[in-house]
Design a protein around this ligand. Structure first.
Ligand SMILES: [Zn+2]
Ligand SMILES: [Zn+2]
Length: 424
């Protein structure tokens, strides 16, 4: 074939590109993931239309994100940015940076995620890129949560919810609700940790006919976690089992599978059934390692350490805690580090190893201070046990009962008035 032929004969034009992308989408939606990927990769190779190239990269990014192939996701996001630069289009560029932020979020590179999100928000696009701002705020919130910066996470989620409401974007609202479930889970307001995924499930029921089944699974997973924390283990189990069956049918959503397995293991641990917990932690670990979710791995080691504590094998518990500490310090998750010190403290106390005990106490208190996990009114801690909390629109968090005694004088910490109630 002559060079001329290759250029004008084999290349896909705009129409054919569009057609092939649609064909891939149809295959993907009917769970023929491999075939869909083949079609899209061919488009990527052959298309001469930059807009089409950008779009097909978007499809590849979504598919690889759902499969948990985050390094590939990152690769396609970088290619998308190159394409957007060639096209000199600010809207495309914003979308490219959003995907770059998301890839880094999935790979637990939370600082990078925050900075790419800021790049997105600073970009001067048109109304189209403004519509992406809600998703940018969600990703930024997730990154702050990954770093255990709770107030900034809440602030970002509040903004994301406002965008969702203003644009009537139920899908975004559903995703933010699931993220909020995780926040309240971590600061131990289990009522809110259950409220938000229930709300997400409601949104799926009311509006989600055409949505990816992933949304339903996501809300179920978060409900199961909250049920477990509330001690409603049979409910947790039911949610989890139903979801697990569903996930087996769904095209390989490995990331969610790993989380469900972890929750399964935690449920068994809550029932002191260590024999059933360990193999589930192991299966979850396989997937988390494969997809590169280091924070997930840290959570598994915490669970494993608690199992060894139940078994009274303190050396093995300390080993697991060591691994959890390395992983959580690596990704910068302070809450996880705090938990490590808290559990280590218990071990050294029971062994009466004073020097090591003192070291853990000091580190634990440093974490508490850094996390600013205290109520701005009574000064008592937040997140130590199950308590009802309330965030104001300024995203400062208080005990609900403390705020109720405050009347309507605005935020006790920053004095910003709270005329309208916040979403979070
Ligand atoms: Zn208080
Ligand atoms: Zn405030």
């Amino acid at each position: 074939m002559s060079i001329f032929m290759r250029q004008f004969g084999a290349d896909m034009g705009q129409d054919q590109t569009k057609q092939q992308i649609e064909k891939g989408l149809h295959l993907y939606q009917t769970n023929q993931t491999d075939k869909a990927l083949q079609v899209w990769l061919k488009v990527l190779e052959k298309t001469s239309d930059p807009g089409g190239k950008f779009r097909v990269l978007g499809c590849l990014i979504t598919a690889h994100s759902e499969m948990g192939k985050y390094k590939e996701m990152l690769k396609y996001a970088l290619a998308q940015i190159d394409t957007a630069r060639e096209m000199e289009d600010p809207d495309y560029l914003t979308e490219g940076y959003l995907n770059l932020a998301r890839s880094n979020e999935k790979l637990c590179d939370f600082q990078k995620t925050v900075s790419y999100c800021k790049t997105c928000l600073n970009m001067q696009g048109t109304t189209i890129s403004l519509q992406l701002n809600g998703q940018v705020c969600l990703s930024m919130g997730n990154a702050f949560l990954g770093l255990s910066v709770f107030q900034k996470a809440l602030e970002s989620y509040e903004k994301a919810l406002r965008y969702a409401h203003n644009n009537d974007d139920k899908m975004l609202e559903c995703r933010v609700c699931c993220s909020l479930a995780t926040v309240y889970m971590q600061v131990k307001d289990y009522e809110k940790a259950l409220f938000f995924p229930c709300k997400a499930a409601e949104l799926v029921n009311d509006y989600g006919k055409g949505w990816s089944l992933k949304y339903r699974a996501m809300s179920q997973y978060h409900m199961a976690v909250a049920y477990r924390k509330l001690g409603r283990l049979p409910d947790a189990m039911e949610c989890c089992e139903e979801n697990n069956l569903f996930l087996l049918l769904q095209h390989s959503d490995r990331p969610l599978q790993a989380l469900c397995l972890l929750n399964f293991a935690d449920i068994h641990r809550s029932r002191s059934n260590v024999e059933k917990a360990f193999p589930r932690y192991e299966s979850s670990m396989c997937i988390m390692t494969e997809i590169g979710n280091r924070l997930g791995q840290a959570h598994i080691y915490l669970g494993v350490a608690k199992c060894w504590l139940l078994q009274k094998d303190l050396d093995k518990a300390l080993d697991a805690l060591q691994r959890a500490q390395e992983l959580s310090e690596g990704v910068g998750n302070k809450l996880c580090v705090l938990k490590v010190h808290c559990l280590s403290e218990r071990i050294f106390r029971s062994r009466e190893q004073q020097e090591q005990l003192r070291e853990q106490v000091v580190k634990f208190l440093e974490c508490v201070e850094e996390l600013e996990l205290y109520c701005g009114m009574c000064g008592e801690s937040i997140g130590e046990r199950n308590q009802q909390l309330q965030a104001l629109p300024c995203s400062h968090v208080f005990h609900l009962k403390c705020l109720q005694s405050n009347g309507t004088k605005g935020c006790p910490r920053c004095r910003r008035s709270s005329v309208k109630p916040g979403f979070v």
